[in-house]
Write a protein that binds this ligand. Sequence first.
Ligand SMILES: C[S@@+](CC[C@H](N)C(=O)[O-])C[C@H]1O[C@@H](n2cnc3c(N)ncnc32)[C@H](O)[C@@H]1O
Length: 394
Amino acid sequence: MVIKPGIIDKALGHCEKKWGVGFKIFFSPQGKRLDQRLFRKLAKTINLNSSKITVEKKHTSSKSHIILVCSRYEGMDARVEKEYADEILSIGDYVLMGGDLPAQVFLEGILRLLPGVVGKEESVHRESFESPFLDYPTYGLPVKWKDQTIPDVVLSGNHAEIEKWRDEQALQKTIRRRFDWFSSWPLTKEEKKNGLKSIPPHYIALMHDQVILGNGKEGVTSITSLDIHDSARSSSTYGIKKAFIVSPLKDQHSIMDTFLKFWRSEEGMRYNKTRCEAIRRIVPSHNFDEVIAEIEKKEGIKPIVIATSARFYSSDNVIDYSSHERVWHSGRPVLIVFGTGQGLSEEFMEKADFILIPVQGMTDYNHLSVRSAIAVVLDRWIGVHQKIDDASVT
Ligand SMILES: C[S@@+](CC[C@H](N)C(=O)[O-])C[C@H]1O[C@@H](n2cnc3c(N)ncnc32)[C@H](O)[C@@H]1O
């Protein structure tokens, strides 16, 4: 059942006869998805002040109130939104039976931004989603409840320490639970630095051992200088601590040594300083155990191993690019492993703690170079994906 346009005409006509032209917000699962950023934008567009709501929109400056238009059943005739809607909002990617609850959600969200509605305005500004961060943990009495106690610092009375603790907690919690939210903001240099510090240390390994060859058998591949250059540059860009290049072959190591010798020399420095800096992250390794041992020596604990593949796996340990909390909750360092040749051997894949879903395009061509895959995977896993603010509201 679809709501006829005439019914909406009548309802709007009735309202506007009494109150004047209104700013019309329609609710639909197909609308712009509401979040705190959109609420803030709308609060500005719909200029809220303490005594009354005045709606200011350049082409509709006479509008002096909001009309929330909710539908039911199959929705309303498609022409109505086109004719009337100043804004179409969704409260999430699911379908309810009617727009009445979405309208209430909208009212709750927007009214608390109206000065005076929430007693302490600054507390609204510190809440989750007002910035790149979720809110810090809050506590009330009793100090001891079941087997949990309020952290000492909160009870210390030292305001500077409490503020510092709150900021750290908010950062930690956001990074683990909502890295997507944190990384969608235009972050300052300081926020990026602190964000990276809150993420467990990350390493990558580029395997020329334990990989599948063109003949389908397991074997070793040759290193290429392009892969080394690009692994180093991607590692520097995304804050990877070290990029291990793994080959069991002596002659491959001697090629690598010659290459690294140049990039660690004064001549290399004069030739390209930033490249030299990136290439400092490269560590030649003879086998995978050596990589694990090296990270354990540095971090005091073995890393979590994430294997990558162009193939799909269907085990329980397959993760996607939103699985940060699952991987990071233990605080252990993370090692992301990339294969050369036809990819990492099945035996290697079976031993990994996690397997990342493959990077995919919308074609059947499935042959990214490993250096491209490294860049894409790192970008999707720990890259900043800033959203342009103005895109959300017309
Ligand atoms: C059953 S829904 C219609 C769904 C529509 N046929 C579709 O698939 O997109 C009926 C009405 O409920 C409201 N509604 C349902 N889910 C909503 C959501 N996630 N956000 C905002 N409004 C919603 C809208 O007013 C919608 O027109």
